[in-house]
Design a binder for this molecule. Sequence first.
Ligand code: GLN
Length: 530
Amino acid sequence: MAKYIFVMGGVLSSLGKGIATASIGLLLKSMGYKVVLQKFDPYLNVDPGTMSPFQHGEVFVTDDGAETDLDLGHYERFVDEALSSASSCSAGQIYESVITNERKGVYLGKTVQVIPHVTNEIKSRITRLADQYDFIITEIGGTVGDIESLPFLEAVRQLRLDLGIQNTLNILLTYVPYIKTAGELKTKPSQHSAYKLREIGIQPDILLCRSEKSFEDEIYGKIALFTNVPKSNVINAIDVECVYEIPLIYQKAGLPQIICQHFACEERVINLHDWQVFLDNKTRSEGDVTIAVCGKYVRHQDAYKSVVEALTHAAIGLRKRLIIKWVDSERNLQGDELSRELSEIDGILIPGGFGVRGIEGKITIAQYARENNIPLLGICLGMHVMAIECARNLCGFDDANSTEFDDMNAHPVIHLMEDQRYIDFVGASMRLGAYQCKLEEDSLAIQSYGTEVISERHRHRYEFNNEYRDAIRNAGFKLSGVSMNDLLVEVIEYPHNDYYIGVQFHPEFKSRPNRPHPLFTKLIQASLKV
Ligand code: GLN
């Protein structure tokens, strides 16, 4: 029978519950157990696909095309398993199916209530992968005490009753602040989070306590006493410089043993060899590589989470320290100002995005990179920008644009796909998920991937307009990747430069610390001129 681990958060948000959940997953997988991770979010949106990156950070896309919370990105990067839509659930989805059931008459005339109808729906989704895994690790979004989280926590409470203590484990992540003026670590907020959880019937079994400074013995004792958690199960999750060190901190603190003992399952040897190689490369890194990331969400860097991680993996794989220079494309720098802004960078990345703001700035940067042979990777919207720049400056179509930004222009080099023209609902209506793509011989794309057919994840509405294939080719570009049926252009590149490539998909979602994505590795190599 599958064992269930629940990770809940207390005190405040942004404590790294996603990373904690991912780290637990990695440790159990490294013992040879089959694990799956899932996130339950209390907001009423059906999925984060419709939420602004300014508010919610990146939307992570799975192979099966689910638009999910960025924590799924952490799960995939740590546990290195492709997750599916089954790993992402929101209150919006729960209510949507409860209400649909009510309309269908499924509840046979009963009054439909949060308990049991909503909580039953939550429980059935938490347990739906039970027969395929040894451990099901579920992160509950939000912070203990939020009104929205209550039905989810109630479901967690009931699951202990349904499945037994030997099959469920409740972990609470809290924060122990260091108060400078008192020179002390304060345990009260953690005590209160545990009270709050007990108030709704959940006794935490393990506390992961984030702190800036390490605990003295008496702190462990105090937290244990007031939270009713055995002292041995209070773990000091001290701040680290790099999130990939966290699994090792938990391992050192004995978390895998505590989990195995709780479930009475075999304590197997942990094999973190690849992980260790990555961390060793990081320690041994010498010299920097500076990549400019040009976008409009630069003040909200969670919007580019997977891009930043993919750049980091690639740089560390080449034993270089990554420096990111964030360039706000809305400033639309030109001429000397732009050269000054980009004077100390080694390479450029233009990430995905939506809407017209910052577009002209990105087009100028693509032109600057092309004309000065600066390595550039354009992702999705970044690729659109590269095609527009080519059409305007090499083909001479001065007004070329994407119909996303100007639907009246005479040269729509990027336009809407036929099946995107008549949609009624915006939610989950884009081209989403993994698609295969064929790469052209002798292209930078095939050299990077080392294989002819690739599969990458998509999230967009607009596509390269096939009427411009010849013009763009005649301008010296290669259309080096196309869909398996030849109908869609997926990769463009400019072979006169060392590295200038735009991809319609999002390669960043598939980069792993121990397996950097080849397009990112090539970008860093070209930036270092190696
Ligand atoms: N806005 C563009 C589109 O919808 C690009 C999307 C993206 O960069 N993910 O096609």
